[in-house]
Design a binder for this molecule. Structure first.
Ligand code: GMT
Length: 368
């Protein structure tokens, strides 16, 4: 198949999923055409049949806001015509679903058929999408999508609750390539507990909870905290760490394109998010055999299996999460069981399980 792939290139789960999916499809022999305004940060493998079509959204004094949508729609039309795309897969509903619809209509006027799939990732529905200003456009462009997928049952439910969608929504979960996650236990020889958190440092991640949980744990046992990622909350969190005087035990390691090195050093992964449609970073931790202490919001209970791969707590339950970490660290038997449980849970989300679901969906909408 000849597949067009649209995503945000920035640091975030939807871009990771689109990029890993595109690379896996290319490895399987499909032609994949990425379209974005800069190279997606995870696009780190080259294949003869993988292409990146960059476009520029030029500044013009008249515009307060750059016309990203128009430029992207034009790029999709151009790539579809000259590369003979069979299908377009857009990640993140805003604004990609309506852009895909615009491109589809332009192509229709040229007698070219281009079905599109919209994959919902989370904040496009649960945060940004809640803004009523977007409602008519999101609803319309989702209803016009030839297929819609959501990354978890929870997100599907949220979407149906928020928008009047007549189209079916198929759940295709996020995935990892399990064979690439190789633990290196010798990295943490000191026997000090290492807690890790990886995110794009948005408010929704509740990084202050990560720091307050760590602050309680470090009063009881020797430990360190690795905070990987970057985003709007980073400087606020750096200040909090200084105010608590724990800067010698907290490492801000910045944006990591590949989380594996951080996860190899970690004993426990902490994700206390306000809401999380899936929690790809939690899945990546599980794939490395790292138990997850998380909130129980959104799709997290689908990924982090309570009592098997980790423990889940109500949003904001800092005491609970801290005591969970201490209990786990002080019970080597449970920790070992959770490490095994983590790997087994992650295996259910291996690329070998998920990729065929996308391929089947592409075939189905192309043949319609
Ligand atoms: O987490 C973010 O803020 C980034 C966002 C994105 O779209 O890049 O992540 C969302 O999509 C990921 C991939 O499907 C999911 O694993 C994340 O749970 C989801 N984030 C939220 O729902 C907050």
């Amino acid at each position: 198949m000849n597949i067009g792939m649209v995503c945000f290139p920035t640091y975030g789960g939807s871009g990771v999923v689109a990029t890993e999916l595109g690379m896996a499809l290319a490895q399987k022999g499909h032609k994949v055409h990425f379209m974005s305004y800069s190279q997606p940060f995870r696009l780190n493998r080259l294949y003869d049949n993988l292409f990146f079509h960059e476009f520029n959204v030029n500044d013009y004094p008249l515009f307060d806001y750059q016309p990203y949508e128009s430029v992207l729609a034009s790029k999709i039309v151009d790539v579809a015509v000259y590369e003979h795309l069979d299908v377009l897969h857009v990640h993140y509903a805003i604004p990609h679903a309506s852009v895909a619809y615009t491109a589809q209509q332009i192509l229709k006027s040229k007698k070219i058929k281009l079905p599109y799939i919209t994959t919902l990732h989370g904040t496009d529905i649960t945060l940004v999408g809640r803004d009523p200003a977007f409602e008519p456009v999101i609803r319309f462009s989702l209803n016009q999508s030839n297929a819609i997928t959501a990354v978890s049952e929870s997100l599907k439910k949220d979407t149906l609750k928020t928008f009047k969608i007549d189209n079916a929504i198929q759940v295709i979960p996020n995935f990892i390539t399990l064979s690439e996650f190789l633990p290196q236990p010798q990295l943490n020889k000191s026997k000090e507990l290492v807690i890790a958190h990886i995110s794009n440092f948005r408010k929704v991640k509740r990084i202050e909870d990560v720091i307050h949980v760590f602050n309680r744990v470090k009063d009881q046992i020797p430990c360190r905290l690795i905070l990987a990622g970057d985003g709007p909350e980073k400087s606020v969190m750096e200040r909090l760490v200084r105010d608590l005087n724990i800067q010698s035990q907290v490492h801000f390691v910045g944006m990591v394109a590949d989380p594996k090195s951080v996860l190899q050093a970690a004993d426990i992964f902490l994700l206390p998010s306000e809401t999380e449609s899936f929690g790809l970073s939690a899945l990546e931790a599980l794939a490395m055999g790292v138990p997850v202490i998380s909130s129980n919001s959104g799709g997290l209970p689908e990924v982090n299996k309570h009592g098997i791969s980790g423990w889940l707590y109500n949003v904001g339950d800092i005491e609970g999460m801290a005591s969970g970490i201490l209990t786990l660290w002080e019970s080597p038997k449970t920790l070992t069981a959770f490490k095994t449980g983590a790997k087994q849970t992650a295996a259910q989300y291996d690329i070998s399980v998920v990729l065929p679901q996308y391929e089947a969906l592409y075939k189905q909408i192309i043949s319609k």
